[in-house]
Design a protein around this ligand. Sequence first.
Ligand code: KIV
Length: 285
Amino acid sequence: MAQTVTVPAVRAHKRADDPLVMITAYDAPGARIVDDAGVDIILVGDTLAMVVLGHEDTLQVTVDDMAHHVAAVARARPRALVVGDMPWLSYHVSVADTVTNAAALIRAGAAAVKLEGGRKRVDMIRSIIDAEIPVMGHIGLTPQSIHALGGFKVQGKELDAATALVDDALALVDAGCFSIVLECVPDEVARMVTEAVPVPTIGIGAGPWCDGQVLVFHDLLGLQDRIRPKFVRRYAELGASATEAVAAYAADVRARRFPADDESYHLAGEVADALGRGGRTQASA
Ligand code: KIV
């Protein structure tokens, strides 16, 4: 059996020839699909709120929601590293709550947690790491701050904002993060950050210079259409195929083409005869 991907292995994957591959998953079948495809990291992201639970933003999920889905992913026993996303307000109030909430995701089956924010979050990150829980950082567009940011907008476009991102990344490294997600920043800024830090950067809408890339499962597979940022490359149109398949099923049911004889169970001949339901040539249990 292939070896499980570990936090130190990811941490060591800096400026490697083969970029890290991360993707989200939220349940056991999804985890099996992405693990069989050979990804390095499975992120049980708080995008759960939008792509699975139907909310407008990521602010609606709780630690219990996240733990429930981390557990489902972990039950698939993936080879990839499982990272659990800490939801909004689970690491903002007190150190004790922060560590307890991170631990809930680890107990559910994650090997590390991810949380959003730069210098502001350093104290909480240190306390989680002190509890032996590895932390992945996340800066740039931080969707849990959409109200403060004024929407899903590219970050780091101005000189000050670009240098602030480098400072945030360095603060995350100093606090002990083993990798950093860079979301929706100009590719030049992502390159600056990537060159400035000794841990892998994992980009989403951050151009090609990062040490790895991440996409949301439902975006990559064409399973959702509500938001379609330009950085999403769709490798399949499974939503359209699924609708087509269900429509074919509905048409077959309505036309009595489904189920067919070989999709039905039958009585043994003598039982059918005794019940006055005989006449079949082939009986099976
Ligand atoms: O929650 C999530 O899916 C994420 C990725 C978009 C990086 O944070």
